[in-house]
Design a protein around this ligand. Structure first.
Ligand SMILES: NC(=O)c1ccc[n+]([C@@H]2O[C@H](COP(=O)([O-])OP(=O)(O)OC[C@H]3O[C@@H](n4cnc5c(N)ncnc54)[C@H](O)[C@@H]3O)[C@@H](O)[C@H]2O)c1
Length: 446
């Protein structure tokens, strides 16, 4: 392998491939484009853009004149003449929503055959970069075996495979290429990750080198989140319009909130939401919407999704009900004694209903210290749980087979270190000291 990749073969000259060809050429790389559609490869080969994209015609012409772009329909020749191959073929939706992987698989077979020849002649290491959007697991379970079988060589030893999702948007693709929000390189071996990183040395964007699994999900999380944002804005817009309120002014003020709205707040996977406001206000908004004959399919899905989280945890804890389930934390978040609509209360109640032995400690809910409305709430609304509250974590841990941690506090981080190997800890908050916990450990979504 050359120390620096200089020659790039690009397989698939649609939007992603054609833009990548022109832009990597602009960065100084030698490009050989490949498309089974001879019309596209011929166009690129004579300095014409194979697809319509703002600024692409000029950039392709400029780079073709500079001698940095050529194209062919011959994948074998292109791979043999390059250090790195970018897979940019389409992955369209099939009728049932699944991805059509035919093009990606076929092109990997072709690259594999070429690699077999190239590597047998000892013509250097080669990295195959999957830029097409493919689901998690696809690269490891489907594409690497195809590449290995077709080449007779081994990934990570003879050649590298990297997943490098593309974030460009049609219409602003060239601008997005040079100024992407981020570059994500998923590699399961360091050498290939570093090699591909060099392609992006001149790109002004945060670079994340991670494993293939993370890189593949980042792409889907991004696009799902963009769809969430659009749909959320539109449902709030529909609500506003019906009420004669300016939706754009609402969302402008909403977006100015960089602490809780446009921020990382609430975006880490964890347990269900609850408390005295979120469920109540969401229900009120949906009820008002119904009165106005408005449907909000997206917002209406939130409470059922939240309920599913509670039900799933109850199911996971059910096997331990006769040997005791302990809860460290009962309120919906640390630092409050407010138990209204705490999802942990729902979990504890459901388990009690199934005959579980339950013990609970919450430092803000020590009965002997409670006064006023919260004591009244516990004694009138949930006396069955009030009686199970312990004054410290120790009795909960001592007597429970399964221990559920729902507050990420120093008290509970210390407490879980007292567990025994025959116990199990269910962590709903991603405790920072999880690795030191003596008990068997289950992270909620990690
Ligand atoms: N278009 C976008 O804005 C965008 C953005 C990010 C990611 N992506 C992803 O990138 C991938 C490519 O998207 P696109 O919009 O560029 O697709 P596209 O349909 O425009 O282009 C795909 C090209 O691949 C060619 N091709 C098919 N099989 C081939 C083979 N065996 N050898 C060589 N060429 C072959 C086709 O002829 C076609 O020209 C998809 O997975 C897509 O989801 C697209």
């Amino acid at each position: 392998m050359a120390d620096e990749p200089t020659r790039i073969s690009i397989l698939g000259l649609g939007y992603v491939g054609a833009v990548s060809a022109a832009c990597f050429a602009k960065l100084g790389f030698e490009i050989i484009g490949v498309d089974i559609d001879a019309n596209k490869s011929e166009r690129l080969n004579r300095g014409d853009a194979p697809v319509l994209e703002h600024g692409l015609t000029e950039l392709v012409a400029e780079q073709h004149r500079a001698g940095r772009i050529q194209a062919t329909t011959d994948a074998l020749a292109a791979v043999l003449g390059s250090d790195i191959s970018l897979v940019c073929v389409g992955t369209p939706s099939a009728a049932n929503g699944s991805l059509n992987m035919d093009y990606v698989e076929r092109v990997c077979g072709q690259i594999g055959e070429a690699l077999g020849q190239k590597l047998s002649k000892n013509e250097g290491y080669h990295v195959v970069v999957i830029r097409s959007t493919v689901l998690p697991g696809t690269v490891e379970e489907r594409l690497i075996p195809i590449l290995e079988n077709a080449s007779g060589k081994r990934v990570g030893v003879d050649f590298g495979v990297v997943q490098n999702p593309e974030f460009l948007r049609e219409g602003t693709a060239i601008q997005d290429f040079f100024h992407p929000p981020k570059t994500v390189i998923g590699a399961n071996d360091e050498k290939s990750g570093q090699f591909v990183s060099r392609l992006y040395e001149k790109i002004d964007a945060p670079l994340f080198v991670t494993d293939i699994g993370v890189a593949s999900v980042v792409k889907y999380a991004d696009n799902a989140f963009h769809a969430v944002k659009i749909t959320f804005g539109n449902e709030i817009g529909r609500f506003c319009k019906k009420l004669g309120i300016d939706s754009h002014e609402v969302m402008q003020i909403f977006c100015e909130d960089r602490k809780l709205n446009i921020s990382p707040a609430y975006l880490r996977p964890g347990f269900a939401f609850g408390g005295s406001c979120l469920p109540k206000d969401l229900r009120a908004l949906l009820y008002r919407g119904r009165n106005l004959d408005l449907e909000f399919p997206f917002l209406s899905g939130l409470l059922p999704s939240n309920k599913l989280q509670i039900e799933t945890l109850v199911e996971e804890l059910k096997p331990y009900r006769h040997d005791g389930v302990g809860f460290l934390g009962l309120s919906f978040k640390p630092g409050t004694d407010d138990l209204r609509e705490s999802p942990i209360v729902s979990v504890a109640e459901a388990l009690l209903g199934k005959g579980a032995e339950v013990r609970i400690h919450d430092p803000n809910l020590v009965i002997s210290a409670l006064v006023g409305s919260n004591l009244r709430y516990i004694m009138s609304e949930i006396p069955h749980l009030g009686n199970l509250l312990k004054e410290s974590p120790e009795p909960v841990i001592r007597a429970s087979q399964a221990i559920v941690v729902s507050h990420n506090t120093e008290l509970f981080q210390r407490a879980v270190l007292q567990t025994r190997p025959d116990q199990i800890v269910f962590d709903l908050v991603r405790l920072p000291n999880a690795e030191q916990i003596p008990a068997r450990y289950v992270g909620l979504y990690w």
